[in-house]
Design a protein around this ligand. Structure first.
Ligand code: PMV
Length: 323
């Protein structure tokens, strides 16, 4: 027995520049296509895991609210904890306290930072001495995008393996998150992907196109080619949404489209801003650091945009000492 089976980890959200959408038809939650993201320094989840012999089940407190054992978030956390118990020999149930500093479950990728922080905290609390690659693999089984949040800067996810490909300093860029609602989204990414795979007439085309866009994006990043990186990122997001929309899966709202129009107007005026959108209504604008202030002020004026969060590329997941 170790003295204290508790650990606290912090992990940041990430936004994919080349998107994944769809899963391989095998066990283990493998994405159907590769992706590349930037970790967002300004948006984080902090999670404490404590394995506790007095508990009769795993418990989850999310943003101060105790969720019941039968709820989906608690079950998903418990599945990850069960993998950690099996690997470590720890048999106790765990209490999990998790808090986001941004709106939960509305397409701001809270599952990415959430499962990355949970995986690192749980592995550490259980006393496992795992490499970050192994922690990322554990996180991926719960939420594929979470594997990327284990690392900082620019992170590829290829064949289910997350690899940092460039440090946060590689590009002087900012991500401007246009928050368009505080509400939880209605279609989870898992359900949206499943439905797209089953019903989109364009899914086969997406499977063909996405790996090409990903390779082009990796090359643009390696060359530091900002306009090309932005163009490919915007096209990747629109291709993903076109494929999903053809199956009836619509995440964009009027505010999303109004923000997209503003990004394109800025571009026509010489500001090299680009848009990306995940499985939710918030548009994320990619800009160079020098243009961030101006772009932020303009996006804040768009009808339906509640506020604009700004993030630089950030660090990977880490343990918070002494908590
Ligand atoms: O792995 P999930 O369930 O968080 O799905 C992520 C899907 C997108 O955010 C839309 C794309 C991506 O690559 O992150």
């Amino acid at each position: 027995m170790t003295a204290s089976r508790t650990a606290t980890a912090v992990a940041h959200s990430n936004i994919a520049l080349s998107k994944y959408w769809g899963k391989l038809p095998v066990e283990g939650n493998y994405p159907a296509v590769p992706s590349l993201s930037v970790t967002l320094g300004a948006m984080s989840t902090t999670t404490t895991v404590r394995f506790d012999p007095s508990l009769a089940e795993d418990t989850l407190v999310l943003n101060g609210e105790a969720l019941g054992g039968a709820t989906r978030p608690t079950q998903r956390a418990s599945e990850l904890l069960e993998r950690v118990r099996r690997a470590s020999g720890v048999t106790d149930f765990a209490s999990v306290h998790s808090a986001n500093d941004f709106p939960t479950a509305s397409g701001l990728a809270s599952s990415a930072s959430g499962f990355a922080a949970l995986a690192l905290a749980a592995v550490t609390a259980a006393g496992l001495d795992w490499s970050l690659d192994r922690v990322a693999d554990l996180a991926r089984r719960s939420s594929a995008s979470a594997a990327r949040s284990i690392f900082g800067g620019f992170v590829a996810l290829e064949d289910g393996v997350a690899t940092p490909v460039a440090p946060p300093s590689a590009l002087a860029m900012r991500v401007l998150v246009c928050v368009t609602t505080e509400a939880a989204k209605t279609t989870s990414s898992t359900d949206g992907m499943r439905h797209t795979q089953d019903a989109s007439p364009y899914y086969a085309a997406w499977l063909q196109d996405a790996p090409k866009a990903h390779a082009q994006l990796r090359a643009a990043l390696a060359q530091g080619d900002w306009p090309r990186l932005g163009q490919i990122a915007e096209r990747s997001a629109l291709a993903m949404h076109a494929c999903a929309m053809a199956a009836g899966v619509v995440y964009m709202t009027g505010a999303t489209l109004a923000a997209l129009a503003e990004v394109r107007t800025m571009r026509s005026q010489g500001i090299l801003a680009y848009a990306t959108i995940d499985a939710g209504p918030h548009l994320k604008c990619l800009v160079r650091e020098a243009d961030a202030e101006q772009a932020r002020a303009r996006l804040a004026q768009v009808a339906g945009v509640i506020r604009v969060l700004e993030s630089a590329p950030g660090q990977g997941a880490r343990i918070v000492p002494g908590l």
